[in-house]
Design a protein around this ligand. Sequence first.
Ligand SMILES: Cc1cc2nc3c(=O)[nH]c(=O)nc-3n(C[C@H](O)[C@H](O)[C@H](O)COP(=O)(O)O)c2cc1C
Length: 233
Amino acid sequence: MEPTEAGTTATTRSVDAGLRETLRRLSVLAGSAPPFDPGRAPAEPLALFTEWLCHAIESGVAEPHAMTLSTVDETGRPWARVLICKDVTTDGGWHFAVSSISRRGRQLSTNPVAALTFYWPQLGRQIRVSGPVVRDPDDIAAADFLARPAGSREMALTRRQSEPYSDQAELDAALATARAELATAPDLVPAEWTSYAVVADTVEFWQSDTTRRHVRVQYQRADGGWTRTLLWP
Ligand SMILES: Cc1cc2nc3c(=O)[nH]c(=O)nc-3n(C[C@H](O)[C@H](O)[C@H](O)COP(=O)(O)O)c2cc1C
């Protein structure tokens, strides 16, 4: 599809003659979860999130803590990528740790808001979280960094994430420098390693239904508590 003018696209040939039909034949929302009665949903979303997450873990959902983090750059353009959820807390919300000088770190400095999306296909469940983003205290970031595998710490210490490169030797050399740095200072934590929290003001729980009568419950912060609203599927 080629962009023509803002908001419109020109439809051209599919990349593969059969692709459209192949995509249409693929099953979707084949998973199932225990019945979800929104009338019995807890008064606040953290309890329901924890219940759903624990159920996903017990059900053997692969990487249930992987979530799509969406941020916005200085021009208003959205960017999204998958990250690991590190914790969920009653005061802070949903936590993740990244370098503040990476692309997403810079976007969070400019626009400290984000959306998170969890999707667990086997259960037909999606959870959407959004709200302002705050920085956690430095000791949380330090503990996160020190718990990371060596390779991950070495890569972070190159301080180059999301930058373009053309030479493998350049990457190898930066990693060797980082490895030497860590060998002399094993507890080193780069200043830019940052733990962030999405302090949700909106959380939506979505449960699929085979007849497409999906259930959607949206929680919104209001007056020190939360409102719960059913949304049309
Ligand atoms: C399952 C999965 C988990 C990931 N976990 C992380 C993570 O915890 N931290 C991270 O920095 N990148 C993680 N990544 C890589 C990011 O998706 C992405 O490559 C990187 O953050 C680039 O972001 P940016 O250029 O928009 O700043 C993960 C990718 C996948 C597919």
